[in-house]
Design a protein around this ligand. Structure first.
Ligand code: PLP
Length: 283
């Protein structure tokens, strides 16, 4: 039986009871965070805490215990015997349970805090060979920088990709490529690495930030500027990034082959450097 964290307590997941009046359920009025456990450490926990606090702040939700996230996450790993298993810890904070009204509830209503950990099998080899993706018009709102639990447009776009045997969906807003349904996207044009800058149109991925740092440390020039959809014919490489799969080379977009149809040299160099960093941290 797995152990979850719920409003300050660790308890069997089956015993977690969330009110039907919870604003997370009624309005998707909440935010979340996901951090990866590498059999001994969490990758860039400070980055995840900073983003958690920022999301809370942007939706004006007060959870004074946000600093407890690393301790809660570690306790979930331990209590679920996941110390030696690649795992993810998911944390969600909503504006609590109150009479349904668009207005925020009073200060007496406490946030609902729920977290769980689960082991997973990273499909490292399959992903290393490259993935196929689709590209679609952005159907999300204009505050994609908030890690909101309101993910319906992401889900619809992601499912469309899955229905077409693709791994991810790239979004295009006003002719410019932003990011994907659950990852950030990078392109190589003339040996330079491009990705969308931090803005309200993308979620600032923790992996994205670290990949930009690693690429620069490797001597690769990185420019944070949006790539136009009509420049896709100029790209020689593309890859997507997120906390669970790390870096996935893209080998086709809407069935059009990317570069020579294999993970390119810059993508491989960055992946190798990322793997080295994980190994040096003890993973
Ligand atoms: N963009 C979106 C929309 C996401 O949902 C995610 C992760 O879930 C990312 C980017 C990547 O963020 P991270 O690297 O922090 O996992």
């Amino acid at each position: 039986m797995s152990t979850a964290y719920f409003n300050g307590k660790f308890l069997p997941k089956e015993e977690v009871k969330i009110s039907p009046d919870d604003r997370g359920f009624l309005f998707a009025d909440g935010i979340y965070e996901v951090v990866r456990w590498y059999e001994g450490f969490f990758y860039d926990m400070p980055g995840h805490i900073a983003r958690l606090k920022r999301s809370l702040n942007e939706i004006r939700l007060s959870w004074p215990e946000s600093e407890s996230f690393p301790a809660v996450a570690f306790e979930l790993i331990t209590r679920n015997n996941l110390q030696n298993i690649p795992s993810l810890v998911y944390l969600q904070v909503t504006r609590g349970a109150a009479k349904r009204s668009h207005a925020f509830p009073g200060p007496d209503v406490l946030p609902t805090v729920y977290a769980f950990a689960r082991g997973f099998h990273p499909e490292k080899e399959a992903i290393a060979a490259g993935i196929n993706v689709i590209i679609r018009k952005e159907i999300r709102w204009s505050r994609c920088d908030i890690k909101s639990v309101s993910l319906l447009p992401n889900i619809l776009s992601f499912q469309e990709a899955r229905d077409l045997d693709c791994y991810e969906c790239i979004f295009v807003r006003d002719g410019m490529i932003t990011e994907c349904a659950h990852s950030n996207v990078f392109f190589v044009i003339n040996g330079v690495l491009y990705t969308h800058p931090e803005s309200e149109n993308i979620l600032s991925g923790i992996t994205r930030k670290n990949i930009i740092r690693i690429a620069r440390e490797t001597g690769i020039r990185v420019i944070e500027t949006p790539v136009a959809e009509n420049k896709l014919n100029e790209i020689s490489e593309a890859f997507i990034t997120n906390t669970s799969f790390e870096i996935a080379p893209v080998i086709s977009i809407n069935k059009i082959t990317t570069g020579d149809g294999h993970p390119g040299p810059l993508t491989r160099a960055i992946r190798d450097r990322f793997d080295e960093e994980i190994r040096s941290m003890g993973g």
